[in-house]
Design a protein around this ligand. Structure first.
Ligand code: NAP
Length: 249
C-alpha cells in the first residue's frame, strides 16, 4: 500500500484539474491525474514530478472507469481523495468562440446530442467514477470527495433578475444544478462514515472551458476545491461554496 495519501483528480491533464493535482502533490499526496488521453496525462504528470502518475480515465466510458479503479487498488492500494473535476461546457473543439459556446447552450435550441453529452460528462460521469472509487474511499481513514461545480448551478442565483449572467450557459448550468443535488444526496447517504462530500465553484477561470475568457487564474480557481480536499475531521459535509464563502443552492 502507498505510504502517502492518494488523490485522484479527473480531467487533470490541463486547466483547474492540473492545478489541483499540483497543489495536492505539494501537500504530500501521491496524485493520480485522470486523463482520457493517457499521453496528455503523462505529460501533465511529468510537469509535477515523481509523486504524480497519469491514469487513463474517460468518465463517460464505464470500461475505462472500472479499469482505473482496479489500477488504483492494485498499484496504490488506497484512495483518500477524489476530485470530480472533469467537465465540459459545450461539445465543440477547444478554441470555440465564447458567443458560440453560449449559443449552443440555450435550452430553447440546444441539440439533443449536446444536452446528452453534457449530462453524460458532468453528471453521469461523476456518479460512475464516484461509485467505482467508493469502496476504496470507504477504506480510507478520512475519505474526501470534492465535486467541481459552478455558481451557475445555483437555482437561487439563477432566479435572481439582478444576476447579469443568469441567461448564459443554459444546459451546462443545469448539469451543475444536478451535480449539486448529487453532492448533497451523497453527503447525506455517507453521513455516518468519515467521508465528506462537498461541491466547490472555482470561479470564472481562464481555461479552454470558456476559451480563456475567465478572469481568474488556475491557481485561484484551484483554491476552493483544494481546501475542501484537505478538510479535517471537523470539517463540513454536504456544502456548496466558492473561495469567498458559501453559495446558495
Ligand atoms: P478545461 O481546461 O477544459 O478542463 C476540463 C478537463 O476535463 C480536461 O482535462 C478535459 O480533458 C476533461 N474532460 C472532459 N471530458 C472528459 C471525459 N469524458 N472524461 C475525462 N475527462 C474529461 O476546463 P476547466 O475550466 O479546468 O474545468 C474544470 C472544472 O471546473 C469543470 O468541471 C468545470 O465545469 C468547472 N468550472 C470551471 C469554471 C471556469 O470558469 N473555467 C467555472 C466554474 C466551474 P480533455 O483535455 O481530454 O478534453
Amino acid at each position: 500500500m502507498n505510504t502517502k495519501p492518494v488523490a485522484l483528480i479527473t480531467g487533470a491533464n490541463k486547466g483547474i484539474g492540473l492545478q489541483i493535482a499540483k497543489d495536492l502533490a505539494g501537500h504530500g499526496f501521491t496524485v493520480l491525474l485522470g486523463s482520457r488521453d493517457l499521453g496528455k496525462g503523462s505529460e501533465a504528470a511529468a510537469s509535477i514530478g515523481p509523486d504524480a502518475v497519469a491514469l487513463q480515465l474517460d468518465v463517460t466510458d464505464q470500461t475505462s472507469v472500472e479499469a482505473a479503479a482496479e489500477r488504483v487498488r492494485n498499484e496504490f492500494g488506497r484512495l483518500d481523495v477524489l476530485v470530480n473535476n472533469a467537465g465540459i461546457s459545450h461539445t465543440g473543439e477547444p478554441g470555440t468562440p465564447l458567443e458560440e459556446i453560449v449559443q449552443r447552450g440555450y435550452v430553447s435550441t440546444a441539440s439533443r446530442d449536446e444536452v446528452r453529452t453534457l449530462f453524460e460528462t458532468n453528471v453521469f460521469g461523476v456518479i460512475a467514477v464516484t461509485q467505482a472509487m467508493l469502496p476504496l474511499l470507504r477504506e480510507a481513514p478520512a475519505g474526501r470527495i470534492v465535486n467541481v461545480s459552478s455558481s451557475l448551478g445555483s437555482l437561487q442565483k439563477t432566479a435572481d433578475p439582478a444576476n447579469p449572467v443568469r441567461s448564459l450557459y443554459g444546459i451546462y448550468s443545469a448539469t451543475k444544478t444536478a451535480l449539486n443535488a448529487i453532492t448533497l444526496k451523497l453527503a447525506i447517504e455517507l453521513a455516518s462514515t468519515p467521508i465528506k462530500v462537498n461541491a466547490a465553484c472555482p470561479g470564472y477561470t481562464a481555461t479552454d472551458l470558456n476559451n480563456f475568457q475567465g478572469t481568474r487564474t488556475v491557481e485561484e480557481g484551484a483554491r476552493e476545491p483544494v481546501r475542501l480536499a484537505l478538510l479535517g475531521p471537523d470539517g463540513p459535509t454536504g456544502t456548496y461554496s466558492e473561495e469567498q464563502g458559501p453559495l446558495s443552492w
